[in-house]
Design a protein around this ligand. Structure first.
Ligand code: PMP
Length: 406
């Protein structure tokens, strides 16, 4: 498929609507991306023709549903270049993946006084599970700081990674700032001290080429809904030997080999971590999203988004009173900003009147807001279907916002 923007946009029917009498300008894809026809029809097709529960059935529909579900596992494996499909665990999303690793991998290896390292720019879903774990075990949470551009202070990493560090969890791309972190280098430095690593890939998987073997991370988590797939489905990649060595996260059907009242033996990985009936349709939709991304090519999508990021950055800098939050040298698809004297919630509400959908608030990254001493930002986030005209509409609507408060 050629990357032709009109053709790309035609695949997203939701975009062709008006909001408050204005053409919709959707700049909130970091919260959730819109879904192409290929994903919508994969979901329809699954429910129309193949719907059945998986793994246990001997009838045709169950076999078809099982084959579809397991084929997506292999598709994900190829997409992220995992060694084998057993390293792909289907979960609800990034949040569940982090909680799973915290409870099943880290908790049994943690004693009071041990340390877990995260960074200042984490999403709450990569902070709170670790805080809960610290409460449960008496471990301590350490935080790698960042600078005013929203770049991690990597020179402080070796001082924070020590004999007591039992785990390091950090984001690939910051949802609040857009910063792209040097994952490979950070993983190498943690591994040099024997510290296992989880990377939160929620904002990276659909923008960057993710090769888990090359990055070297022990765990990599992402959500289907940010990568043009359905909500309620995501992936935890884990190195097979680690997954095999982990206790289950939840108990129930599917995750067992045999159950008696005197004891239960567990299924092999990854099924050991997929208790209960999974989101089968979601997995099918995720597979369609991966096909869609691959057909367009992540490199071409990235080139388009980089052009938009550069264009949007210049445009916003020209709007008097705008201060960009997040000015890292390596950035992806996020334009977070404050506008002097006007609260982001007011900005968001007025922009909506102009058809422009942005996110305002702390973006589930309150420590980032505290760092910049602001309560919230307005965040415009970019996806493959955005255009320079979308950013022009944002800039024009921002002038209108300023007019209201003049
Ligand atoms: N990490 C980052 C960087 C995110 O942007 C998000 C979603 N905003 C999450 C984690 C959580 O993802 P989910 O809500 O899909 O579990």
């Amino acid at each position: 498929m050629e990357f032709e923007i009109k053709q790309v946009r035609s695949q997203f029917p939701i975009l062709a609507q008006e909001v408050h009498g204005k053409p919709l300008v959707y700049l909130d894809s970091a919260a959730t991306a819109q879904k192409p026809l290929a994903v919508l029809s994969a979901l329809d097709n699954y429910y129309e023709h193949d719907n059945a529960n998986i793994h246990r059935g001997v009838h045709t529909l169950s076999e078809r549903a099982t084959a579809a579900y397991e084929s997506v596992r292999r598709k994900v494996k190829d997409f992220i270049n995992a060694r084998d499909a057993h390293e792909v665990v289907f979960v609800r999303g990034t949040t569940e993946a982090v909680n799973l690793v915290a409870q099943s991998f880290v908790r049994p290896r943690l004693s009071s006084g041990d340390e877990i390292l995260i960074t200042w720019m984490e999403h709450h879903s990569n902070i709170v599970p670790w805080q809960m774990l610290c409460e449960q075990t008496g471990a301590l949470l350490k935080v790698l700081p960042m600078n005013q551009d929203g770049e991690l202070e990597l020179e402080k990493l070796d001082g924070l990674l020590g004999a007591k560090t039992k785990f390091f969890a950090f984001t690939h791309v910051s949802n609040a700032l857009g910063t792209i972190n040097p994952v490979k280098e950070m993983v190498e430095r943690a591994h040099a001290l024997g510290v296992p690593v989880l990377v939160d890939g929620a904002q990276a998987i659909h923008h960057l080429d993710v090769d888990v073997q090359d990055l070297g991370a022990d765990f990599y988590a992402f959500s289907g809904h940010k990568m043009y797939g359905p909500t309620g489905i995501g992936v935890l990649y884990g190195r097979r030997e680690l997954l095999e060595d982990m206790v289950p996260y939840q108990g129930g059907g599917e995750m067992i080999r045999s159950v008696t009242f005197s004891g239960t033996t567990y299924n092999s990985v990854p099924h050991k971590f997929e208790a209960g009936t999974p989101h089968i349709a979601g997995v099918v939709g995720l597979g369609a999203a991966i096909d869609f991304l691959r057909a367009l090519g992540l490199r071409r999508i990235r080139a388009h988004e980089e052009d938009l990021l550069e264009y949007g950055t210049k445009l916003l800098k020209r709007v008097h009173g705008v201060r960009l939050i997040g000015t890292a040298r390596r950035k992806s698809s996020v334009l977070s900003f404050v506008l002097e004297g006007i609260h982001p919630h007011d900005i968001g509400t007025i922009l909506d009147q102009h058809g422009v959908a942005v996110r305002t608030g702390h973006h589930c990254a309150q420590p980032v807001m505290d760092f910049f001493k602001i309560p919230a930002t307005t965040r415009a986030s970019l996806a493959m279907y955005n255009t320079r005209e979308d950013l022009d509409a944002l800039a024009t609507a921002l002038e209108a916002v300023k007019g209201v408060f003049a």
